[in-house]
Ligand binder design. Structure first.
Ligand SMILES: [Zn+2]
Length: 309
């Protein structure tokens, strides 16, 4: 028989457990993932190159990748640049980053007056780091657009500054790292294998929901299942078919590999993007291959489509 104080403690503990469970469950209606670009680098179809937008309480807050054409979709989405809290780049290939300068130029007319942090991987021989990408675009002396230098020069007058952060990429240090946190969002990243090119995958946690992004990767480092564990939405890049050979299969995941990741990570919904001519007409086969390891919903979103987690 429990005494009264013990019963009170028990009741309070149960209340606490219940309220923390509520805090952890996904507040789906508050969060929306919108496709800004579901294509790859080809010039062949109407899809913009890679870009994603995360909305919270009807305000666009985070951008993942800024491939060519994705800024046009951003404008069509009704998002406001001044509401964006950070931009995350999976890597600095053209089809993921070419619209950054256009965001920055357009941003001058937006009323934005708070700094904009930007995250991306470190560089190597073939590709720039986040810091160097921004520097090469906007340096006063060696930049592609020196007239936009005030956006990075702390001494110059401008409404806001771009704040690049380089996340160390490595073949050997494969832990998931928290790289960004504010009152609403927590973002973690991990190194992924994209041939010789440093690339990151991201996990975004917001309002008890989890949205993960593979970016471009072959899956060879096997870091994705941990990062994406229990994601409500996983955006995976479906750039090649199962019979791909040569360079493409060194850079990208085959459908079978996507299925293994989705199954192992127990994701609730799988969104396939970065469609290319070689993969877009083989969706039935892709689904069949993924079904070997994953039984949840599999969708092929179009540009501007939105999903609640
Ligand atoms: Zn790509």
């Amino acid at each position: 028989m429990l005494t009264k104080p013990y019963m009170l403690i028990l009741a309070l503990s149960l209340l606490l457990i219940q309220s923390s469970a509520v805090a952890q469950s996904c507040q789906s209606q508050r969060v929306r993932l919108q496709m800004l670009g579901t294509g790859g680098p080809e010039l062949l179809n109407e899809r913009a190159s890679t870009g994603y937008l995360i909305w919270l309480d009807d305000k666009a807050r985070l951008i993942v990748d800024a491939g060519p054409g994705s800024l046009q979709r951003f404008k069509q989405s009704g998002a406001k640049y001044e509401n964006i809290r950070a931009i995350f780049f999976t890597h600095f290939h053209v089809d993921h980053s070419a619209d950054l300068a256009a965001y920055v130029k357009g941003g001058f007319f937006s009323g934005r007056n708070v700094n904009l942090p930007l995250y991306g991987p470190s560089g190597d021989t073939f590709i720039l780091s986040a810091d160097n990408f921004v520097k090469k675009l906007f340096s006063a002396t060696e930049g592609v657009y020196p007239y936009l230098n005030p956006t990075i020069d702390p001494q110059a007058s401008s409404e806001y500054k771009l704040q690049p952060h380089t996340i160390q990429w490595s073949y050997s240090e494969l832990d998931t790292k928290e790289i960004y946190k504010d009152d609403d969002f927590r973002v973690a990243s991990v190194s992924v294998h994209h041939g010789p090119f440093p690339a990151l995958a991201y996990r975004v946690e917001v309002a008890g929901c989890v949205i993960s992004f593979t970016g471009d990767m072959s899956g060879r480092l096997n870091t994705m299942p941990d990062l994406a564990q229990d994601s409500d939405l996983l955006v995976a890049h479906n750039a090649i078919p199962e019979d791909a050979t040569g360079v493409p299969q060194l850079l990208h995941m085959k459908p079978g590999a996507i299925g293994k990741i989705a199954g192992e990570a127990k994701v609730k919904k799988l969104l396939l993007t970065h469609m290319m001519e070689r993969s877009i007409d083989r969706q039935d086969e892709t689904v069949t291959l993924i079904r070997n390891n994953y039984q949840g919903p599999i969708l092929f979103p179009r540009d501007l489509e939105s999903f609640h987690p």
